[in-house]
Ligand binder design. Structure first.
Ligand SMILES: [Zn+2]
Length: 276
């Protein structure tokens, strides 16, 4: 047992335009999205963050969050929601955050990275490449250089023949003894991954932005129109995104010991917090 505790944190409340577009009952009033992150206490390797939401520099207006992002998503920009503030509120030391594992480097997932400048940042090599190069307009908008101008200690991975539940995976991260790994789920971005965490006799699957609404993995009904449009607008590789979604659906159906959630669903976040 190398994982002592897993905390589910919301590191950026966002209030996107018109709740009905994302399946919420607020009508034309703004809805609610979270930035679901994990804070993992390990026995050997200090604290591990999975995704980081928005950080203190974002809240202070120092990273260049665009006016379009703020208008569309209405981020709360509340210091108390940053991972840094929440680590402190739990009575833990930010210096103990030695590892960060990210699903991808979109601004709402990478914002907290500079708040832990000494942590190793683990991610898929393709994602790192995409964020450093920012070759397309979409990538110039979604990746903010301010989130890595301090020069993080990147730990990059590619698939090396290992599998998890039949899917290509990276099941061991360098310097980390705990069962935390990457399962490539490309499509939303070029190197997007799901993060798997073994907690007791269950596996948590943080699906990041591979989907936005439960319907997408339950397959019973299409996702709300706003999410469907957003998924398409933001994807870098449509075929890869569909394949990732199919893989997640299959994992969910086949393995009862899996607790799966995406980054931005407040319903999933509330449900998992209630259970924990
Ligand atoms: Zn996101």
């Amino acid at each position: 047992m190398t994982i002592r505790a897993v905390h589910h944190l919301n590191c950026a409340t966002m209030c996107p335009l018109a709740g009905f577009l994302i399946g919420q009952d607020t009508g034309w009033r703004r809805g609610k999205m979270v930035a679901h992150c994990l804070l993992i206490e390990t026995e050997r390797d200090g604290l591990v963050l999975v995704d980081t939401g928005l950080g203190t520099d974002d809240v202070a207006g120092r990273t260049g969050l665009s006016r379009t992002f703020k208008r569309l998503f209405g981020p709360a920009l509340d210091h108390q929601e940053t991972a840094l503030a929440q680590v402190e509120a739990l009575g833990l030391s930010p210096a103990e955050v030695r590892h960060i594992v990210v699903t991808h480097l979109d601004l709402d997932h990478a914002g907290g990275i500079p708040d832990f400048p000494n942590a190793k940042v683990h991610l898929h090599a393709r994602e790192h490449g995409a964020a450093m190069m920012r070759t397309s307009f979409k990538e110039k908008e979604r990746y903010l250089r301010a989130h890595w101008q301090h020069g993080p200690k990147w730990e990059l991975y590619t698939e090396d023949g290992e599998t998890w539940r039949g899917l290509p995976a990276v099941t061991r991260l360098r310097g980390l003894d705990a069962d935390i790994g990457l399962v490539p789920m490309h499509g939303h971005t070029r190197g997007h991954s799901a993060i798997i965490v073994r907690s007791g006799d269950r596996w948590l699957v943080h699906a990041g932005d591979a989907y936005f609404h439960r319907n997408s993995v339950e397959g019973s009904a299409p996702p709300p129109i706003g999410f469907a449009a957003f998924e398409r607008a933001m994807q870098m590789d449509p075929a890869a995104r569909r394949a990732s979604l199919a893989a997640l659906r299959q994992i969910r159906e086949s393995y009862p010991d899996v607790d799966m959630f995406c980054a931005h669903s407040d319903a999933e976040y509330d449900a998992i917090r209630a259970r924990a």
